[in-house]
Design a protein around this ligand. Sequence first.
Ligand SMILES: Nc1ncnc2c1ncn2[C@@H]1O[C@H](COP(=O)(O)OP(=O)(O)O)[C@@H](O)[C@H]1O
Ligand SMILES: [Mg+2]
Length: 228
Amino acid sequence: MNEIILSTSNICRDFKIGDGSVVSALKNINVEIEKGKLTILRGRSGSGKTTLINILGALDRPTKGSVDFGGRDITKLSDKKRDNIRRMEMAFVFQSVALMSGLTAFENVEFGLRLAKYPYEKRKARVTEVMTDVGLDKRMHHRPTEMSGGEQQRTAIARAIAHEPMIVFADEPTAELDTNTALHIVSLFKRLVAERGMTIIMTTHDPSMIDIADKVYTLEDGEIVEED
Ligand SMILES: Nc1ncnc2c1ncn2[C@@H]1O[C@H](COP(=O)(O)OP(=O)(O)O)[C@@H](O)[C@H]1O
Ligand SMILES: [Mg+2]
């Protein structure tokens, strides 16, 4: 039953910096992301979380090693193929919510569906469904400025998941929220995993989040030091 949909094999990521020296941001990382689970990448600032989640989500390529997504080594694909995989099969949620301020929550989510080429005739129903999933059915016609930070992040999550991606990547999605709101967002992720069978990977430096995860990888200085 445990289906691995995304995995890395000994990935390393070096960054060359201005003075000619090299930073090894990731060193021989092996992770296996299970379908239908919530996986957390945890670690202090600078431990390599963003570098790793960007490589998993095909936003960046490793210096060495391979990344298998659904049976393909995505590090070997062209930029165009990677763009396509990202747009159609993946979703991203970031720390700062980037909603369009002139559009309502409903319109923001609908716009995301247009970008993902979701069938036109199904869009309105799908927006309503996904806004209900994130608990915002009563706020659908509000603009971002008329919503709290937590509601804005939930709208961003609705926009990210509306096109029914295989996998959702969330890089510190709770870092700008107060603890209580942050816990609500993580519970929402947990519910989407349990009830909708979604696969979610999120990063956090906050230890209070980790109990809720199905799997936790702890990063330290570019290495995985703990797995549970
Ligand atoms: N584009 C870059 N150029 C040079 N160094 C980088 C770059 N991106 C990240 N790093 C370095 O890699 C390490 C890991 O960074 P990052 O993945 O952003 O950590 P985290 O997300 O856990 O805070 C840090 O030492 C950081 O300075
Ligand atoms: Mg980071």
